[in-house]
Design a protein around this ligand. Structure first.
Ligand code: DGJ
Length: 361
């Protein structure tokens, strides 16, 4: 790593790329590959949050100076049968490098054009190079016909008793209980589980996991990916049932898995949540909001999107979040703050301006 990281990070401000244009990579994620950081994100246009351009990539050696590598997965302009026709929704792209296949694998949240957020699909694309072009493969719901691997016989027998017609009214205590027990999991069993806001995570053993807001955004699910990262193995678990979490961002420190999420309030900010677990499959324990100080109760106006563990450093974890601007989506801003630790517990405090030097010392 070169040590020329003197430019400050100024969360919430315009962040010009190498062409002097505000970086357009929202709901983003980061890949480190052979000495270069690649930042993938949603291209947002001035007037709509729908995908008019596609998925962007920027590259950097120092995390502060970013080169626009262009649209690595463009929307389809002509083929109206394509899932990714212009005007669809492509959100929260994340890219992994698969060392076995030597391919770069992108997953993202896809909503079909004209269908609002009803499709709740995951889509996958693949490339030989981190800067694309990515070849679109397919989209769909997740693990059709399969129940979570860790459901007990008792939980399955409760699931058998759940009847949707008994729970037509949402948000009642009985409905919450039924959602916790798997009302929507059961509803979607045949067609596959819903997946909206999402994250990818590769564990130390190279296994990759897909974490997504499922069951109408009420419950997170964690699903194992195949060895080539291109499909799901069928092994998955539910997390924080009926907890209404979006925007999962995950990292691992000293053997503990930490997940930061948000609540579900559309583009408006809300209070971040944090969970920890001794293993990827849980059990997950909820902690207080990791953000501290002024505006912490609104995650400083942002919503989590990724945590970057700076490679080779024990204590360098970067919290990335989006400040959405739904009236002018392209003007959305980025929050980048260091994750700090007190007695092993992560916390995040606002800094108007800071440098990444401490990450690279
Ligand atoms: C909040 C999600 O986190 C975003 O990615 C996006 O899906 C918006 N909701 C849409 O309202």
């Amino acid at each position: 790593m070169q040590k020329e990281t003197v430019k400050p990070i100024r969360s919430g401000e315009i962040w010009p790329d190498n062409q002097g244009v505000h970086i357009n990579a929202h709901g983003g994620g980061m890949l480190y590959y052979k000495g270069t950081y690649y930042w993938y994100g949603e291209n947002k246009s001035d007037s709509t949050s729908k995908a008019m351009v596609g998925i962007m990539c920027y590259s950097s050696q120092n995390l502060t100076d970013w080169k626009n590598e262009g649209t690595v997965l463009p929307v389809e302009l002509n083929d109206t049968t394509s899932d990714i026709i212009q005007g669809c929704v492509m959100e929260r792209p994340k890219v992994l490098y698969n060392a076995k296949t030597r391919k770069f694998v992108m997953w993202f949240h896809l909503e079909l054009k004209g269908k609002g957020y009803a499709a709740a699909r995951s889509a996958v694309a693949v490339s030989d190079s981190p800067t694309g072009p990515f070849q679109y493969l397919r989209s769909g719901r997740i693990n059709p016909g399969i129940l979570p691997f860790d459901m007990t016989a008792g939980q399955r027998s409760i699931l058998d008793t759940l009847q949707p017609e008994h729970f037509r009214e949402w948000w009642t205590p009985d409905w919450y209980k039924a959602v916790t027990e798997g009302l929507f999991l059961k509803r979607d069993l045949q067609g596959g589980q819903m997946a909206r806001d999402m994250q990818l995570f590769v564990d130390d053993d190279g296994k990759a996991y897909h974490i997504y807001s499922s069951e109408d955004n009420l419950t997170l699910q964690i699903a194992e990916l195949s060895e080539d990262y291109l499909s799901h193995t069928g092994k998955y678990a539910r997390m924080a049932p009926a907890g209404h979490n979006e925007a999962p961002a995950i990292f691992k420190k000293d053997g503990i898995y930490w997940m930061i999420t948000s609540g579900c309030t559309g583009w408006a900010p809300n209070e971040a949540r944090m969970f920890s677990a001794p293993g990827i499959w849980g059990p997950w324990t909820q902690h207080p909001n990791p953000c501290i100080g002024p505006n912490a109760e609104l995650t400083f106006g942002g919503q989590s999107t990724f945590v970057l563990k700076v490679p080779g450093k024990d204590n360098a974890y970067l919290f990335m979040a989006d400040i959405w601007r739904p009236k002018k989506p392209s003007d959305a801003r980025y929050i980048w703050l260091p994750i700090q630790f007190k007695n092993g517990i992560p916390y995040i405090e606002w800094m108007d301006s800071w440098t990444l030097d401490s990450f690279f010392e």
